[in-house]
Write a protein that binds this ligand. Structure first.
Ligand code: L34
Length: 293
């Protein structure tokens, strides 16, 4: 069983990006600039956004953090988005989700200029991705693809079962893995809460992507021998033996699943770190105008 090491890969990606920045600097080009908007005090969102800002520092990108209280109005947030759309120094930006309930996430996403949408959440990027056109890929699916690529995991003709159909992970990763090319050319089954006999579906999988948001949902006896398991879940559960009183687990019950796998991602240290690395790659593409010349 091989651990798919998101920490190692994300560090590799960041050193590659850092080398790119050195080249840009040497030729007097524009340094990539990522802005992040963080609304409210969610400790998880704060950790994720801090990790994005710190990664920018590591690779030599410029970054801006725009923090607002949870009671900001939707109109005020739209005004911030408009400002970032128009700021010529900002190459790409994200609005960290989830947003407070009184703000319509879809309206915010639609307001982001798709050329600066380094999260790949705008329907223009989603639609272009689905048609195989150049697009900003959503960070988590992009990170997973990069992980499969960098570990040379065979995908052509494999049966991939995706658990969860969200707009930001399940649906886009099922599209990407079924596309032509590498990684891709999979036969994909997209499963969800209404799927009948989910364990039976997962047992057919050569590649499992678990993105349902339920702690330790996928069990060991659902896994075909030698399967590759990608665990997208980041769930904090109570654990009295830890000094924080909590512990991070994925959507996969690691202790029972890992013995059946050829490869598996750990949580933490797996897909989460690749999400951040993928955002950095998208920011460089935004700055270089790789997707939208
Ligand atoms: N707009 N909202 C927007 N873009 C995103 O790409 C995200 N996401 C998801 C939540 N909302 C978002 C993230 O950034 C999830 N996510 C994310 C980012 C980083 C990590 C996990 C999720 C991460 O760094 N995980 C670490 C553990 C961090 C911890 O201790 O909590 C890991 O090793 O998995």
């Amino acid at each position: 069983m091989t651990l798919l090491d998101g920490k190692l890969l994300s560090e590799n990606i960041k050193s590659e990006l850092s080398a790119e920045v050195d080249l840009i600097r040497a030729r007097g080009g524009k340094i990539p600039h990522l802005a992040a908007v963080l609304v409210g005090e969610s400790p998880a969102s704060q950790v994720y956004v801090q990790s994005k800002i710190r990664s920018c520092e590591q690779v030599g990108f410029k970054s801006s953090l725009i923090q607002r209280e949870a009671d900001i109005s939707e109109a005020e947030l739209l005004e911030i988005v408009r400002g970032l759309n128009e700021d010529p120094d900002v190459d790409g930006f994200i609005v960290q989700l989830p947003l407070p309930k009184h703000i319509d996430e879809e309206r915010i996403t639609l307001a982001i200029d798709h050329r600066k949408d380094v999260d790949g959440f705008h329907p223009i990027n989603f639609g272009r991705m689905a048609q195989g056109l150049p697009a900003f890929l959503p960070a988590t699916p992009y990170g997973i693809m990069e992980m499969l690529r960098r570990y040379n995991i065979e995908t052509a003709g494999k049966h991939c079962v995706v658990v969860g159909r969200s707009n930001i992970v399940g649906t886009p990763i099922s599209i990407l893995l079924s596309r032509k090319g590498y990684p891709g050319d999979c036969t994909v089954t997209l499963t969800h809460s209404r799927t009948r006999d989910l364990p039976a579906e997962v047992r057919r999988a050569d590649i499992v992507v678990a993105a349902i948001g339920i702690p330790e949902f996928v069990k060991g006896d659902w896994i075909k021998e030698g399967a590759v398991v990608i665990d997208v879940g980041i769930n904090r559960i109570a654990d009295a033996t830890k000094k924080t009183g909590t512990r991070l687990v994925g959507d996969v019950e690691f202790s029972t699943v890992a013995p059946h796998c050829s490869h598996i991602t750990p949580v933490p240290g797996g897909v989460g770190l690749m999400t951040v690395a993928a955002l950095m790659m998208n920011t460089l593409k935004a700055c270089n105008r790789t997707i939208y010349p």
